[in-house]
Design a protein around this ligand. Structure first.
Ligand SMILES: CC(C)(COP(=O)(O)OP(=O)(O)OC[C@H]1O[C@@H](n2cnc3c(N)ncnc32)[C@H](O)[C@@H]1OP(=O)(O)O)[C@@H](O)C(=O)NCCC(=O)NCCS
Length: 164
């Protein structure tokens, strides 16, 4: 990473400048405020180029009942400004977030509701889909994606058959 580039923790309020144009274009700023934004357990990361914010990602401690893993985080608000897409910023934010969460627990389970057109991005980093697509009204179809980070073996509890 060049010295002009930095990824650092930012407050929730700083994410809105990227969330709004990328994820809620033309919509009120209020729609960019997510439940859990202000939780002390939430990690907001910003990617800066020459001190200008170009991308954001937020990681929130939240259990999804579809999964049984005890330590789960949800990725939300992954967004890169349009002119800066395809330059490795999303990848860098995802990897930095994974590394930060693994300092809390090496086998953190990360899940999220992915926009259907971003599924290919996450698959590049080992994430898998679960279930079927569902519509987020006013946004687009989404699908749940997940990855067990760390050493733990992935067990799909729908198909897991215990040894007798
Ligand atoms: C999706 C997004 C976060 C990816 O960030 P990015 O900085 O553009 O992606 P990167 O440059 O880090 O790409 C990493 C790799 O993923 C690929 N990739 C990026 N976006 C992709 C997509 N939508 N589908 C498939 N592959 C994708 C890149 O080609 C690259 O592949 P390579 O390593 O083989 O060259 C960004 O494009 C974005 O903000 N999109 C609009 C909002 C959005 O969809 N957010 C996700 C909501 S779930």
């Amino acid at each position: 990473m060049s010295s002009a580039v930095k990824i650092r923790r930012i407050p929730a309020s700083e994410t809105y400048a990227v969330r709004q144009p990328v994820l809620r274009p033309g919509r009120p700023l209020l729609e960019c405020i997510f439940e859990g934004d202000l939780s002390p357990e939430t990690l907001h990361l910003g990617y800066f180029f020459d001190e200008d914010l170009k991308g954001v990602a937020s990681f929130m401690k939240k259990q999804n009942p579809m999964f049984f893993q005890p330590f789960q985080y949800q990725l939300r608000g992954m967004a890169v400004l349009p002119n800066f897409k395809g330059k490795g910023i999303g990848a860098a934010l995802l990897k930095a977030g994974e590394a930060e969460l693994q300092k809390l627990d090496a086998s953190v389970f990360l899940w999220f509701n992915a926009r259907n057109y971003a599924v290919g991005f996450y698959k590049k980093f080992g994430y898998q889909t679960k279930g079927t697509e569902f519509e987020v009204p006013g946004v687009c179809p989404h699908i749940v994606m997940f990855q067990q980070l760390g050493e733990e073996e992935i067990i799909d509890h729908e198909t897991f058959i215990p040894h007798k």
